[in-house]
Design a binder for this molecule. Structure first.
Ligand code: SPD
Length: 384
């Protein structure tokens, strides 16, 4: 990892001008903080088996963890991890805020960590239980949204840009104009998707128009709202969860997409084949950089077990296996050395921003006004 990533994480916020319904836990969570049935064996890994619950509930984005890792964890510790999915920070947070969600671990993005810490929705981490935390790249720690990593640790990072199928374009798209200018929209009408995301979609439009993704200027936001309402008749769907498959099967020819989902479209996932004609780029005007993070829910019934699972994910070989499946960018420094050639080739092909591209990326932040302003904007766009 290069020093410029940290530099941008710190500087860009300072320089900035300023869904789908989640499902309930599929199994009723255990109410206890730890099962005492398990024998207290010491496998020299520091884990007190007597404190482990027999179930853990993970609330996470789609296609964001290798299922084999859950099986391996269960085989080693006897803890079954149940996974439920959300498709935006904004659909996830109300579930947690309501309390008694039953979830133990959640995976908020940068600005959502800011919101959740402010609202007391994340438990402080017990770093004494995260013995593998030193594997995380120091340049990706202590970022603006959780300055001392008291409530979260990096899980994956990536970018938001355009994924497209090269077979359907005489020349590759280079600008957000491809999805915002009427003359260009006509060519891909109903054959492209936008993310279903109240910050990412206005963010793309703001970047196209040369603004900060964190602007609170109501005139600018009104301009962007009109752009998105004008775009809407051409959009096949707002989708944050199935874009990888829609691109791979050529149901759509272009998508506003996160980098890893483009990678999954290129190389396939599980038994679903990939499509080598899919490419990913950050438009000339720029894109968004983000970090998703592991955090313990404030009322998690199984906080000790949650830490054990997080520490397991921090093992280099586990993190590398997960990255080879997920195809986002790992913050785990030793895992990086273990990645497959295929994953590194995808990074090289655009999933990992180079230094020049980094200069064109913006982080999303929250402040006292952004939650309401972007929520209202998104409501007005989607209600049209
Ligand atoms: N399929 C997993 C997608 C995770 C993307 N999270 C990025 C959020 C950026 N705002």
């Amino acid at each position: 990892m290069k020093h410029w990533l940290l530099l941008f994480a710190l500087l860009v916020p300072l320089l900035a001008a300023c869904g789908g319904a989640p499902t309930a836990p599929t199994t009723a969570p255990a109410a206890s903080t730890g099962d005492t049935d398990a024998p207290a064996t010491d496998d020299m890994d520091g884990v007190d088996r007597s404190q482990l619950a027999d179930q853990l509930f993970l609330y996470i984005w789609s296609d964001y963890i290798d299922p084999q890792i859950l099986e391996d964890f269960e085989a080693e510790y006897g803890v079954r991890v149940t996974v439920d999915l959300f498709d935006s920070n904004e659909s996830m947070i109300p579930r947690i805020r309501a309390g008694n969600s039953g979830y133990d671990i959640v995976v908020p993005s940068d600005y959502a960590v800011q919101s959740m810490v402010l609202d007391g929705l994340l438990a402080p981490l017990d770093k004494s239980l995260l013995t593998n935390i030193g594997n995380l790249d120091p340049e990706l720690m202590n970022l603006y949204f959780d300055p001392s990593n008291e409530h979260s640790i990096p899980y994956f990072w990536g970018t938001s840009g355009l994924a497209y199928n090269q077979k359907f374009f005489d020349t590759p798209p280079t600008s957000w104009s491809t999805i915002f200018e009427p003359a260009e929209l006509e060519k891909i009408s109903n054959r492209f998707t936008m993310l279903e995301d109240p910050r990412e979609v206005p963010g793309a439009a703001l970047i196209y128009k040369g603004h900060s993704v964190n602007t609170t200027d109501t005139a600018v936001l009104a301009e962007v709202q009109e752009l998105l309402i004008a775009q809407k008749p051409f959009v096949a769907s707002y989708d944050s969860s199935n874009v990888n498959f829609k691109l791979a099967t050529e149901e759509v020819v272009l998508a506003h997409a996160w980098s890893g989902m483009a990678g999954q479209a290129m190389s396939g996932i599980d038994d679903k084949p990939g499509n080598p004609d899919v490419k990913f780029l950050i438009p000339d005007e720029g894109g968004i950089i983000w970090m998703d993070n592991l955090a313990v829910v404030f009322d998690s019934p199984n906080k000790y077990t949650a830490h054990v699972f997080m520490n397991y994910l921090l093992r280099p070989e586990v993190a590398a296996q997960n990255t080879d499946w997920v195809l986002y960018l790992t913050p785990n420094a030793p895992a990086r050395e273990l990645l497959s050639e295929d994953t590194l080739a995808l990074y090289e092909a655009g999933l990992e921003p180079d230094e020049t591209t980094m200069m064109r990326l913006q982080w999303i932040e929250r402040n006292a006004q952004t939650d309401e302003l972007f929520s209202d904007l998104w409501t007005r766009v989607t209600a049209q």
